[in-house]
Design a protein around this ligand. Structure first.
Ligand SMILES: N[C@@H](CCC(=O)NCCCC(=O)O)C(=O)O
Length: 253
């Protein structure tokens, strides 16, 4: 069987006078090394790309993290400049992509901004500046020069016993990194909470009714996939679900 193909969301970055459609290498390496999959970058070109034509050719979807925030108007909130940076080309691509991937019950792994996009795409809301909310911890990255320090494990999360995340990681408390200012506000219909932080922040969700792996984390398992057991187990489980889809598709050809 050939390696499964995973569609990867892209940010649009302005650099050297060009607009680049890009995803950090850490996600691509985690897919190759941790899931045994081939990453395929999806340019954030909104309705110019026929998403169904692309989804027909891939076995799953990975939604990356990003410093940009989903535009507040997409979940019915007023937009303030302080809520930025925004990436509306990414929003107009990922939100329809998520709805289609969920309707097809494809394997989905959504990370950080990806989890937030998933919640908004399915009708939920986000809260901003979690660190300023009563009783909530600071979930932002530490100020540090090295990426290893920024992505260092920062707090623990409690996994909901008997849930879909627990099926991968066990009913454990695990340590996670934390690099976000926003979080899920109202949970979207069709999502189930799979893990929370000690301040009540939703840290992981699953998509109801999905046949295989359909999980989202507010933390970044891609960064430590080579050295952290929980991160490695998540990508391995995603890879197994992708291979199941790939195998079934090839058998049907
Ligand atoms: N914009 C959201 C999304 C958080 C997210 O995806 N963070 C990744 C950042 C990676 C980095 O800082 O290098 C939020 O802030 O909540």
């Amino acid at each position: 069987m050939s390696a499964p193909v995973v569609l990867v969301s892209c940010d649009v970055k302005e650099l050297d006078g060009y607009a680049w459609h890009a995803a950090p290498s850490t996600y691509l390496e985690a897919l190759v090394q941790g899931a045994g999959a081939l990453p395929l970058l999806l340019p954030s070109m909104g309705p110019a790309i026929d998403l169904d034509a692309v989804l027909d050719r891939v076995d799953g979807v990975l939604l990356t993290g990003s410093r940009s925030n989903v535009h507040p108007t997409l979940y019915g909130a007023e937009a303030h400049e302080k809520d930025g940076p925004f990436d509306s080309r990414r929003d107009t691509t990922t939100l329809p992509l998520i709805r289609r991937a969920v309707a097809r019950a494809m394997p989905v792994f959504a990370i950080c901004r990806g989890l937030q996009e998933l919640n908004v795409a399915l009708g939920g809301t986000l809260v901003s500046e979690v660190q300023d909310m009563d009783g909530r911890r600071d979930h932002r990255a530490p100020e540090a020069d090295s990426q290893d320090a920024r992505f260092a494990l920062a707090h623990h999360v409690e996994i909901v016993p008997g849930g879909k995340l627990a099926a991968v990681l066990g009913d454990a408390r695990i340590d996670v990194n934390s690099l976000h200012r926003q979080a899920i506000g109202r949970l979207a219909p069709g999502l189930t909470v799979e893990a929370t932080a000690d301040d009540g922040t939703i840290e992981a969700v699953s998509i109801d009714g999905a046949a295989g792996f359909a999980l989202a984390t507010q933390w970044h398992p891609e960064y430590w996939v080579g050295s952290d057991a929980a991160s490695s187990r998540l990508f391995a489980a995603f890879g197994a679900a992708l291979r199941e889809v790939r195998g079934a598709r090839q058998a049907a050809e």
